[in-house]
Each structure stands twice: as structure tokens, then as C-alpha cells.
Design a protein around this ligand. Structure first.
Ligand code: KDG
Ligand code: MG
Length: 402
């Protein structure tokens, strides 16, 4: 089954998406997400200038060999751009293989391990009152797990909190906008938010929170400890994880479950975190970590150490990634939870999908392949629009983690 064509489709139905499409000699095709928020064109160039020409004439059925060729065969390995490009190719090939077998992708992976996939959504508000309303709304939609982000008094713009009732989208300006940050104000305020949410909504709802890399390890330990009475499902990215050993200190101080890894692009980024059981959930997902082929290895490794999956699923990951992730979630034995943020209506017109929401859960659908397709004519109506993620400074002007 020779590959006869491989191309990239870039579209911006509300936000930028990069999709790889691979076509075979018998007319079967597959698609994969290769979107790297704020760095989309770097991946497009990587694919068009280097990766895609190498695919023509190869046998689309040899997914493992193609993966090894594009990873081991390349001198400059890993990194977010390369691993996102590789993921786009890998998922398109799995899509083709499952279509050729006339099976939904999860069947090829080993069949389903569960009936439905628990997903969490986001509830955010500029103050406590609007945050509590957002939680109520999420519950009314059926979500059993809710990520809570709340504006902090004295900080103008807080990660994860939308302004003016708009949907939260992190990438906006033509150049990065600058936000400011006060750890002191944040740490003093956040526990009171979770206290109010538990008081209002009781013990059953799963609560999550994303610190988005803002704290030092000892500050993260303090927050984890302060949040223990509210039994979080997880505390995410409480400190940057380049230094994996830093989590030893956090772990010594708190039983709040920890999730890390949406910015990781390979198993090597989290080997110590997993092996020493310093985290509970691994967030790396298919689009940024080398596709299904690599994630399968990562998840199996994590399973030995009781670390569960908790795939990233923000709106900058396209429905193609979500579709593939849901097939993976259906199969993976050490599944924890799946993130979901609803895409815009424009987006839903570009991508058709078999996956569907059902009472706080998703199912991937029974369509052969991963069940997501792209309408190229519709995609062409939305040309690429440059958008950057913000940067962050402390109140004295020091550059900080966003
Ligand atoms: O592109 C960056 C976003 O995907 C990220 O800010 C979202 O942290 C995020 C999350 O947990 O969804
Ligand atoms: Mg996050």
C-alpha cells in the first residue's frame, strides 16, 4: 500500500490548525493533527520541507518502521516541533490502517477497556461568584469532573480565566501580550475558592486545577497541602518540570494528586517523574508526543508505576487529536481522565467527527479509522492567522513562567 501523496492543510476556523493528510495508491487516506499552538508554521515547514517528501513511495502499513525512520533515523531528534510533525504522520497512518481493516481504531489497539470515557471541562470566572456559576453550568451539562480557574483579586489577567464572557483562548496577539503575576496574592486566595466550591457543590464532583507552571517547588508543596481538605482530582503543572527531581520535594509534603506533562514530547521528559512515582497523571498527548506509536510506549511504562493517563485536550488540539485520543482512552488500561474543551461552531463545520458526548463522558464512535475527517473546501475558507501565546512577568517586571 504505497503512499502516493502527503500534504499539510492549514486552516483557522477561530484558531489555527495544522492537519497532515496521507493518501495511498488504492485511494485510502488518513489524517493526523500536527498543531503546535503559536508555532504552527514551524511544524508546517518541518513537514513540507523535510518529512513529507520522505514518505512518498513508502508502504503505509509499516507504521513502526516509518516512526523509527523519522525518529531514530534523524540526527536531530525530539523537541516539540519534530515530535508534533511526527505525530501528525503517525496518526494519519493509524487512521489508514484502521480504515483498511474496516475497524474503529480502538479495536486495532486491543479493544475497549471501558464503556465510556470520563472527561473534564473548564469552569472559570473573573471572581468567585461567576466561577461558582460556571461550575453550576458545567454540572448542568453533565460533567462529573470540572477544572476550576478563578480570577485573583489584585491580578489583572489570570491564566485560564476569560474576559467579557468570551470563550477562553490563550493565543491572541500578533505578538505576545504581557500578563503580570503575583504568587503571594494567588497562594493566599486559591484555597478559599476550593473551599467555596466544596461548600456549594458537595464532595462528589471531581475538581481539578491548573497552576500552569507558576510556582517554585516549595510554593507548590504549600499549595498542595493547603488544598488537601478539598480532595482535588489533580493539581496540574504546579511547577515547571524541566527539573524532574524537583517533584521529590513536593511529593514529600502533600497527598494532593499531581498531573504533569502537556508540554512534554517524549517519554524521556518524564522518565524520573514516572519511575519514582512523583506524579499520578501523565498529561502528554498524541499530537505533541510522537503520536499513538510513542504514547502507547509511554502509557505502558507509566502503568508499571501506577501512573494514569490524563490527556491534554484544550481547544488548540484539533478534533483530529481528540478523536485519536478518545480511541486511545477507550483502550488504555491505565486511563485516568480526558480533558475536553468545546470547539467553536466554525471549527465543527471544518471537521466532521464520529465521537460524541454523553453525560460527562465521551465515546469515540464505531466509524473505521479514528472517525474524524476534514472538509478541505470548508477549511480553505479560513486562512491562517498569526496568534501568539502570552508571556508573564512578576509585578516588579521580572520575566516569569506563563
Ligand atoms: O497552548 C497552550 C494551552 O493548550 C494550554 O495553556 C492549556 O494548560 C492548558 C490545559 O491544561 O488545557
Ligand atoms: Mg494545563
Amino acid at each position: 500500500m504505497k503512499i502516493t501523496d502527503a500534504k499539510v492543510i492549514v486552516t483557522c476556523p477561530g484558531r489555527n490548525f495544522v492537519t497532515v493528510k496521507i493518501v495511498t495508491e488504492d485511494g485510502l487516506y488518513g489524517i493526523g493533527d500536527a498543531t503546535l499552538n503559536g508555532r504552527e508554521k514551524a511544524v508546517v515547514s518541518f513537514l513540507e520541507d523535510y518529512v513529507l517528501p520522505m514518505l512518498i513511495g513508502r508502504d503505509a502499513r509499516r507504521i513502526e518502521d516509518i516512526w523509527q525512520y523519522l525518529y531514530r533515523g534523524v540526527y536531530w531528534r525530539r523537541g516539540p516541533v519534530g515530535m508534533t510533525a511526527l505525530a501528525g504522520v503517525d496518526v494519519a497512518l493509524w487512521d489508514i490502517k484502521a480504515k483498511a481493516a474496516n475497524m474503529p481504531l480502538y479495536q486495532l489497539l486491543g479493544g475497549r477497556s471501558r464503556d465510556r470515557i470520563m472527561t473534564y471541562t473548564h469552569a472559570n470566572g473573573s471572581d468567585l461568584e461567576s466561577t461558582l456559576k460556571a461550575v453550576e453550568k458545567a454540572q448542568a451539562k453533565g460533567y462529573k469532573a470540572i477544572r476550576i480557574q478563578c480570577g485573583v483579586p489584585g491580578i489583572d489577567k489570570v491564566y485560564g480565566v476569560s474576559k467579557g464572557g468570551k470563550r477562553y483562548e490563550p493565543a491572541d496577539g500578533d505578538l505576545p501580550t504581557e500578563e503580570s503575576w503575583s504568587t503571594h496574592k494567588y497562594l493566599n486566595f486559591v484555597p478559599s475558592v476550593f473551599e467555596a466550591v466544596r461548600r456549594e457543590f458537595g464532595p462528589d464532583v471531581h475538581l481539578l486545577h491548573d497552576v500552569h507552571h507558576r510556582l517554585t517547588p516549595i510554593e507548590a508543596a504549600r499549595l498542595g497541602k493547603a488544598l488537601e481538605p478539598y480532595h482535588l482530582f489533580w493539581l496540574e503543572d504546579c511547577t515547571p518540570a524541566e527539573n524532574q527531581e524537583a517533584f521529590r520535594l513536593i511529593r514529600q509534603h502533600t497527598t494532593t494528586p499531581l498531573a504533569v506533562g502537556e508540554v512534554f514530547n517524549s517519554l524521556h521528559d518524564c522518565r524520573t517523574l514516572i519511575q519514582e512515582q512523583l506524579i499520578d497523571y501523565i498529561r502528554s498527548t498524541i499530537v505533541h508526543a510522537g503520536g499513538i506509536t510513542h504514547l502507547r510506549r509511554l502509557a505502558d511504562f507509566a502503568s508499571i508505576y501506577s501512573v494514569q493517563t490524563g490527556f491534554h485536550g484544550a481547544t488548540d488540539l484539533s478534533p483530529v487529536c481528540m478523536g485519536a485520543a478518545l480511541h486511545f482512552d477507550y483502550w488504555v488500561p491505565n486511563f485516568g481522565i480526558q480533558e475536553h474543551m468545546a470547539h467553536s461552531d466554525e471549527m465543527e463545520s471544518v471537521f466532521t467527527r464520529a465521537y460524541r458526548f454523553d453525560d460527562g463522558h465521551f465515546v469515540p464512535g464505531e466509524t473505521p479509522g479514528h472517525g474524524v475527517d476534514i472538509d478541505e473546501a470548508e477549511a480553505a475558507k479560513y486562512p491562517y492567522k498569526r496568534a501568539c501565546l502570552p508571556v508573564n512577568r512578576l509585578e516588579d517586571g521580572t520575566l516569569w513562567n506563563w
